[in-house]
Design a protein. Sequence first.
Length: 151
Amino acid sequence: MYVYELSEYQVYQLKSIDPALGGNWKTILISILPQLDIPSRKSVYEKILSKRNISPNFTYIIPDDLRSLLSKTAIRHRELKAIAIQMLKFIESKPDSYDAIELADKVEAMIDYLNRIDIGDHILDQKSRESIKKAFLYDLAFWIDNVNLIV
């Protein structure tokens, strides 16, 4: 079978895979990939799976968390580094419970601030911003799993 012969639902399943957020990604791959010919499998890997930190042998490569990103990456822009440190302080807080609306407002404000920092056309700063955002959101998902949200 060719990749263009997949159903809309199968394509949706593949595009929805995120190993950091869900544990059923291998089941999805096992149910879809064996149906495809080798060039189609390669295409699915290059266009979808590699972007989700899934290696060619279908193991998940855990993305950097915010702490490791800050320690091993030289973030040159002062404001980017400052907001990343604030995000890290929030993620490393360990409350038993947290108000869901307050959380939404706080996360929205941090992401909005991050997006509004004027970094011009500096490609390294743009990459740093995206790395910070990605690491923060993955850390936040883990944080939410461990906090009782008050609705």
